[in-house]
Write a protein that binds this ligand. Structure first.
Ligand code: BGC
Length: 898
């Protein structure tokens, strides 16, 4: 502090007040939601302001008008924290709605900020005893081991007074869509999503006040197999993974103006009001996540979710089991359609088929608008690529990815989009379309978890911009409730290795704090008692992968992903929640490695999909798989020691720190020669040793040189699979080989990141060469065009090409350290940190490198520019100019005139 505090209010406002990870604010699943907010300058200048204290005010928001709200304040807490701050007030009750405000002090100002704008949050059903609903499903026989025709459910009820507040708490065994009085509730797709259903079934709370009215009302639901009992898994998969019967679990709680509460629940038999649930088949004749949906509009049941509908011919319902203690509120945003894309071209293939090209590989489905005769049948087949001008469906393996719509013949025209399926596609083959396809008749609807975008990157090389766009599109396509490997073939599993590698990139591009914390809960649930982490989560049976066996890179997600969430979001809570799981993993590997500290046994996928591996042997990499396993063991032990430190577990911090030292020594003894050469003389081996900091002094330098030489010898082509792809560029820049790292990034020969771009990719591929140089699809059994692991280079692009990195948990400090490649004239990255927007943008001008840095309020930045001493700066905008290395002739030619 310089001198006396300024006497007046600071020019600072507190904004973005949020509970937990922001959304949802309705139906929160905790009595003690953590709070976060950001401070922003209100004036033209950035004040010297750093929060040193804060106060929280909480007032109740009663449902019934006229009830006096209660207010509670924390008083000055003495805390400078503003990210995921523990709930300071008394525990919230179930269904409690409160208005929260915060104000804060800085040591430079005697006065606090004004109170922030209020945030209203409302809890859902927090205790198992709050649930009176039980799951109900149709009372007809269902043959196990097959696909089932989806059902409709309905019930009517009477509300004796006007409605002031109504909440619907809902989930299902299967997937569902709910309607009230003829209107759909919310816009969530494939609710309730996929979790490890045996352990956790998520529900959501919807505000349905506006849907209801005094008098007669009706609830209706569509119910399909989804993950619960639909066919799922590779090699034909299995049905009935979680049960043989689908069911809806809904609890509607209505507060009336006269102070009474009416509760309508799913239940067999008659309710207190005499109403009963009824079930029937609807117009969906088949629905499968992999195979697609068939809809016969002639079988539509208009008005089924309205009061007065005649359901006398409908069947009854049966009740099913669900322990309410396994019901949990959703933590992340729902899956929904986030945008629409029209086709860019209509193609006629050599065989005469009509194929729409949407110009972008994506996950979702199409919506059609069609007019024709009753019984006309439109068929839509989806694929990611064409081969020989025709739809190429081989990569889909056993996913039929085909939707069918049978027209009712409505002269006004018909509109349809499947409800209970999604596909990974760029092309759609349309058959049976009555008349001519017109503009707007078919649009692609992009479907994924509706995460908030938080990170952007751009530079002077359009090819790198396209690569970055491809990374974003593959993330969009695969962050679909579960972080999946791919959205198109009969797989779509939460492969643990893929998201372990991609986690840092994901958490820059989008706010994945709630999404991944939820998935990590599933990881902990599915972990075996001995600490084994399944290859994918949720775990389902499959030939080779079941029972799960411990494998490096994949299992390490239990330690490394919580650490990423802490680094990027300042979330210490997730470290605490996952601590037992992380420890169980490292303890297991310690036992497996034994006294040698080398993990050299068991099934290891190693550097999966090394481009040198034969198409059918993706684990046959150049880097020894046990080298990979021991390197990861050292890294996870070290990371766990740091986690223990953050959590104040001093004894564990010391124990795992020692373990990490021992594994590091053993690794060097077994795999590194005195001259720095490694037992596997391959890019991934060096990348692991360097990026995981397993080498010291001359050995480190020598290994860095050898890695740079290897890259040069490989003609700047990348030679890593999943285990090295996110590390190789860091390993190079970390040892001073910036130019080689850039050469690797900008190479276009096969394999390389820009090879995919040059081949017209609009997403990142599973294999470096999913499309071979001759334009044919890789013959390998698994060949997806939409996998995110190889896109994990984007994190390095953000941190090192543009130069924006976290230097303390939650970006409390930034590291601004761009290493401009000589072939670029400009680059920038922007990120919505938990403290507000941060940005770095550099460009070359007249022999200078000009660097603009924006630091959020309350944050400091360490600025490390080439050829200039490192400086620390505070909040605000800063411009630096340093003498520049000359750009390459090509880049110089592209320079804008100053
Ligand atoms: C998936 C991967 C996964 C791998 C592991 C593949 O089928 O698509 O991304 O990590 O299997 O074996």
């Amino acid at each position: 502090m310089n001198g006396l505090p300024v006497p007046h209010r600071p020019d600072v406002t507190l904004t973005d007040l949020r509970a937990e990870h922001g959304r949802p604010a309705l139906g929160l699943g905790t009595a003690r939601p953590r709070l976060s907010w950001t401070a922003r300058p209100t004036g033209a200048t950035v004040p010297a302001w750093r929060q040193t204290d804060h106060e929280v005010r909480v007032s109740t928001v009663p449902a019934v008008p006229g009830t006096v709200p209660r207010t509670w304040t924390s008083g000055r807490t003495g805390s400078g924290d503003n990210v995921l701050v523990p709930w300071p007030a008394p525990d919230l009750a179930s269904r409690e709605r409160v208005r929260v405000q915060v104000r804060a002090w800085s040591e430079d100002h005697a006065e606090p900020t004004a109170w922030s704008a209020p945030l209203e949050v409302e809890t859902g059903l927090l205790h198992p005893g709050d649930w009176t609903a039980v799951p109900v499903g149709p009372d007809w026989d269902a043959e196990p081991g097959t696909d089932h025709r989806p059902a409709l459910l309905r019930r009517e009820f009477h509300l004796p007074a006007p409605v002031v507040r109504a909440r619907l708490h809902v989930t299902a065994h299967g997937v569902h869509e709910v309607e009230v009085n003829g209107a759909r509730v919310g816009d969530e797709v494939l609710a309730p999503g996929w979790t490890s259903y045996h352990h956790r079934l998520r529900h959501r709370t919807h505000d349905v006040t506006a849907h209801l009215r005094e008098g007669a009302n009706a609830l209706g639901a569509w119910l399909a197999d989804g993950w619960y009992r639909g066919r799922y898994g590779t090699h034909g998969g299995n049905h009935d993974l979680y049960g043989t019967r689908t069911a809806l679990l809904a609890q509607l709680e209505v507060d009336l103006a006269d102070g009474r509460r009416v509760v309508v629940t799913t239940h067999p038999g008659e309710g207190a009001d005499g109403g009963t649930w009824r079930a029937a088949h609807g117009p969906i004749t088949a629905a499968s996540l992999y195979d697609g949906e068939d809809f016969d509009a002639r079988l539509a049941v208009p008005g089924f979710s309205r009061a007065g509908f005649d359901d006398s011919a409908w069947a009854g319902v049966r009740a099913y089991e669900r322990d309410p203690a396994t019901l949990v509120a959703a933590q992340g945003p729902p899956v929904r359609c986030t945008r629409e894309l029209p086709p860019v071209t209509v193609l006629t293939t050599p065989s005469g088929a009509t194929v729409l090209d949407f110009g972008q590989n994506l996950a979702g489905r199409v919506r059609i608008r069609v007019r024709g005769s009753a019984g006309d049948r439109v068929r839509l087949r989806h694929a990611e690529v064409l081969q020989d001008g025709e739809l190429c469906t081989r990569p889909l393996q056993r996913a039929r990815a085909t939707d069918t719509y049978v027209l009712s013949g409505d002269p006004a025209g018909e509109e349809w989009e499947p409800r209970f399926t999604t596909h990974g596609f760029r092309y759609v083959e349309v058959t049976g379309w009555p008349g001519r396809l017109g503009e707007g008749d078919v649009v692609a609807r992009v479907v994924h978890s509706d995460l908030e975008r938080t990170g952007w990157f751009t530079c002077s090389d359009e090819r790198l911009n396209r690569l970055h766009e491809n990374v974003v599109w593959s993330m969009r396509s695969n962050f679909a409730d579960v972080p999946t490997d791919c959205p198109q073939r009969d797989e779509r599993l939460g492969w643990t290795g893929d998201v372990q590698v991609f986690g840092p990139t994901a958490s820059f591009l989008y706010d994945v704090g709630g999404f991944l914390a939820s998935w990590l809960d599933d990881v902990a649930c599915e972990q075996l008692p001995d600490g084994t982490v399944p290859w994918y989560v949720p775990m389902i049976p499959a030939e080779f992968w079941d029972p799960p066996q411990p494998g490096a890179v994949w299992g390490d997600v239990a330690v490394l992903l919580p650490a990423v969430l802490h680094e990027r979001y300042g979330d210490t809570g997730v470290l605490r929640r996952q601590y037992a799981s992380a420890r169980a993993w490292v303890d297991l590997v310690e036992r497996l490695a034994g006294p040698t500290r080398l993990w050299d046994t068991g099934v290891q996928l190693g550097d999966w999909l090394d481009p040198a591996a034969p198409p059918e042997e993706p684990a046959a990499a150049r880097t020894d798989r046990y080298l990979v396993a021991t390197a990861y063991f050292a890294h996870s032990a070290r990371t766990l020691a740091r986690i223990a430190q953050v959590l104040g577990e001093e004894a564990d911090a010391a124990r795992y720190g020692r373990l990490a030292d021992e594994v590091r020594e053993a690794f060097v003894r077994a795999h590194v020669h005195p001259d720095g050469r490694m037992s596997s003389d391959a890019q991934t081996a060096y990348a692991l040793a360097l990026a995981f900091d397993l080498l010291d002094g001359p050995q480190r330098e020598a290994a860095g040189r050898r890695l740079a030489d290897l890259v040069a010898e490989d003609g700047n082509r990348v030679a890593t699979g999943f285990a090295g792809v996110n590390l190789v560029a860091d390993a190079l820049t970390g040892t001073g080989h910036d130019a080689t790292a850039h050469a690797l990034l900008t190479e276009t020969g096969c394999p390389s990141w820009l090879y995919q771009v040059a081949m017209g990719a609009t997403t990142t591929w599973e294999r470096w060469d999913s499309l071979l140089p001759d334009g044919t699809v890789n013959p390998g059994h698994m060949t997806s065009f939409n996998h995110y692991a190889l896109g994990s280079i984007a994190d390095w692009m953000h941190r090192t090409v543009a130069g924006l990195a976290p230097a303390a948990p939650g970006y409390r400090r930034l590291l601004v350290r761009p290493r401009p490649g000589a072939d670029l004239t400009a680059a920038s990255a922007r990120h919505e940190t938990p403290h507000g927007p941060a940005a770095v943008a550099w460009h070359r001008r007249g022999g200078e490198l000009l660097v603009d840095v924006d630091v959020p309020l309350g944050v400091t930045a360490t600025v490390d520019l080439p050829g200039r001493p490192v400086v620390e700066v505070g909040a605000g905008h800063h411009r630096f100019a340093v003498p520049d290395v000359p750009a390459t002739p090509a880049a110089a030619a592209a320079l804008q005139p100053a």
